[in-house]
Design a protein around this ligand. Structure first.
Ligand code: AMP
Length: 268
């Protein structure tokens, strides 16, 4: 795997590959890689002959009170994961390389950026689309792969590519989740141990609370019946609920799933 830090070298790599008739796939990230990022690499490899991944924590998309300084970073680990997954070129520019001067000209994302994440994070999508436009110009990919976890971002990048004629395909990949349903995110590392099963149990109780169903408990426990601070494949979810006048219990071990249980129909 090549590792490049200068936009000029990155562009030269890309152009040389294209000159040899190779399609370039591109996966932009902010690093601290997880399986969600690596699935994007898999998709890029299916759709292109060479895959470039960028790792750049883009200051332009962080608000003044956001976590730019704390954002988790581990380039040594990222390098190993990217190489193992088959990334051909890792582009890791520093801020000075991407923004030698503060950019005066930026991408204006338009009304699709007004609501939801754009409302919660003013200026965020202008920062995202500006860096994405720069990366598209530096790498000139045939296809760029984004994750559906960041739905609004992916839709805005599609419009960026179409409205400004980047002449590339924007592919959107499914969200990769933990066993408990939590979408993988570099920021999950901020979560305290007990901040996950808590909301999960509450959410489970909400789901159970259908008309005529009175949930009694929903617990996440290990094999010693201890409440868990972090779920894993062996965590059991135990529920009891009254359905009408009848009290029922059930459970599922997360790593086994409901599908692996023996069904009555299969025995009949
Ligand atoms: P980030 O490093 O958070 O900027 O994410 C880089 C790319 O990975 C974006 O296109 C994200 O949408 C995508 N991504 C992040 N988390 C996931 C996930 N859990 N599943 C799929 N794609 C993801």
């Amino acid at each position: 795997m090549q590792e490049l830090t200068s936009p000029k070298e990155m562009r030269e790599w890309s152009r040389a590959e294209r000159a040899r008739g190779r399609r370039i796939g591109f996966v932009p990230t902010m690093g601290f890689l997880h399986e969600g990022h690596l699935r994007l690499v898999d998709r890029a490899k299916q759709r292109a002959d060479r895959v470039a991944m960028s790792i750049f924590v883009n200051p332009l998309q962080f608000g003044p009170t956001e976590d730019l300084a704390q954002y988790p970073r581990d380039l040594a680990r990222d390098r190993t994961l990217a190489a193992e997954r088959g990334v051909d070129c890792l582009f890791v520019p520093d801020t000075a390389a991407m923004y030698p001067t503060e950019p005066l000209v930026r991408v204006s994302p338009g009304p699709m950026a007004d609501a939801l994440e754009g409302a919660a994070r003013p200026g965020h999508f202008a920062g995202v689309l500006t860096v994405v436009a720069k990366l598209f110009h530096i790498i000139e990919p045939d296809v760029a792969v984004f994750g559906r976890k960041d739905f609004q971002q992916a839709m805005l990048v599609r419009r960026l590519a179409a409205d400004l004629d980047f002449g590339l395909e924007v592919d959107v990949a499914p969200t990769v989740r933990e066993l408990d349903g939590l979408a993988l995110s570099s920021r999950n590392t901020y979560l305290q141990g007990d901040e996950r099963p808590g909301p999960l149990a509450r959410r489970g109780l909400e789901v159970l609370r259908a008309p005529g169903v009175a949930p009694e408990y929903l617990a996440l426990v290990d094999e010693q019946m201890r409440p868990v601070a972090r779920v894993d494949a062996r965590t059991a979810v135990l529920v009891a609920a009254k359905v009408g006048k009848t009290r029922l219990i059930d459970n599922v071990v997360l790593g086994e799933g409901v599908a692996s249980d023996i069904s009555v129909r299969a025995l009949a």
